[in-house]
Design a protein around this ligand. Structure first.
Ligand code: LIP
Length: 283
C-alpha cells in the first residue's frame, strides 16, 4: 500500500462487502462445481489435508479482490509462508498485520476435511480488515444454500434476511461448538477443552468448520463457539457477523505459529464459558 493510501480513508464498508461476497461466491462456486475432485490432495497429514481445490479457490477469490482493489493486501490460508509467528505478536490485537493497511483475509475452503469426505458443512470465508477493525465479512456455505454477510455498522444477514443470536442465558441449557485441535496436546489427555465444555453445557458439538460454526451462533442455532488453535482466516469474517448479530467475540490468546484461542457467543453465556475454558491447563 502506498504512503498516500495509508492515510486515505478506506472504501465504504458496503462497497467492500460487495467484493467480499463476489470473492466468496467465486471460491465457493468453484469448489461446489468441482466436488468430484474433492480428494485431489497436495498434502495429507494425520489429522489434516490440503487440497488442490483449496489453492484454486483461493486464486479465484484473490482475482475478484485484485480486479477491484489491486492496491490492497491479501492474507490467505494457502499462502503458507504468511503465517505470522505468534512470539512476535505480543499484542491482544486479532489482526496486527492489518495495521496501517487494508488487508483481505481468505479461507477458501473452511472445513476442508468435511469437504474432502463429501460432507456439506464447509464454507468460504472472506473478510477485509484495517487497523484491526473488520470492515466487512462474508461466509458462503454453497451446499447449505446460505450466504452470511455483515459490514461495519450494519446488520448481520443470511441470504439477505437479518439474523440474531439466541436468548439462552444458562450455560447448562446451551449448545456450544468447538474444534479438536490434535496438535495442541500431543502428549496430554485427548481434547481437554472439549471435555471441560461438555461437562458444563447441554451439548457440545464438533462440526469441523469454524466459520460456519460461528454463523450458527449469529443465526441463533448454537449459543457459542470456542476453539484453541484456530487461525485468523477461519474466524475473521464470522467474528464480524457474530458481533453484528448481537453476539460477542473475544481473542483469548495468541498461540505459537500464528494460531489463536478464540471465543464467540450470544453474549449471555460468554463470561461463564470463558471461565470454563480458562480453567483448562495449557500444554
Ligand atoms: C478447520 C477449522 C476447524 C478446525 C480444523 C480446521 P480448515 O479449518 O474450520 O474449526 O477444528 O482443525 O482448522 O483447515 O478446514 O480451513
Amino acid at each position: 500500500m502506498s504512503a498516500g493510501e495509508a492515510q486515505a480513508p478506506p472504501p465504504e464498508p458496503v462497497a467492500l462487502l460487495e467484493t467480499a461476497v463476489a470473492a466468496a461466491r467465486a471460491a465457493g462456486e468453484h469448489a461446489a462445481a468441482n466436488r468430484h475432485r474433492r480428494t485431489e490432495s497436495i498434502l495429507l497429514e494425520r489429522h489434516d489435508v490440503k487440497l488442490v481445490l483449496d489453492v484454486e479457490c483461493q486464486a479465484r477469490a484473490e482475482a475478484c479482490i485484485r480486479a477491484r482493489y489491486p492496491q490492497h493486501d491479501i492474507l490467505g490460508e494457502e499462502d503458507g509462508s504468511n503465517r505470522p509467528d505468534a512470539p512476535a505478536l505480543k499484542e491482544t490485537a486479532l489482526c496486527p498485520q492489518s495495521r496501517g493497511r487494508i488487508l483481505w483475509v481468505i479461507d477458501p475452503i473452511d472445513g476442508t476435511v468435511n469437504f474432502s469426505h463429501g460432507m456439506r458443512e464447509w464454507c468460504c470465508s472472506v473478510a477485509v480488515v484495517r487497523d484491526d477493525v473488520i470492515l466487512a465479512g462474508c461466509v458462503y456455505a454453497p451446499e447449505m444454500g446460505e450466504l452470511y454477510t455483515a459490514y461495519q455498522g450494519g446488520p448481520a444477514a443470511c441470504n439477505g434476511t437479518p439474523i440474531g443470536v439466541s436468548a439462552v442465558a444458562d450455560l447448562g441449557r446451551s449448545v456450544v461448538t468447538t474444534g479438536l485441535d490434535k496438535k495442541r496436546h500431543p502428549d496430554g489427555p485427548p481434547a481437554p477443552f472439549f471435555h471441560a465444555i461438555l461437562a458444563q453445557v447441554q451439548r457440545a458439538r464438533v462440526m469441523g468448520a469454524a466459520a460456519y460454526d460461528m454463523c450458527r451462533v449469529a443465526a441463533g442455532r448454537a449459543d457459542a463457539y470456542f476453539e484453541s488453535g484456530i487461525y485468523l482466516w477461519d474466524i475473521a469474517a464470522a467474528a464480524l457477523i457474530v458481533n453484528a448479530a448481537g453476539g460477542r467475540t473475544e481473542l483469548l490468546a495468541h498461540l505459537p505459529g500464528g494460531r489463536l484461542e478464540f471465543l464467540a457467543s450470544n453474549g449471555r453465556i460468554h463470561d461463564a464459558l470463558r471461565a470454563v475454558v480458562k480453567g483448562v491447563p495449557h500444554a
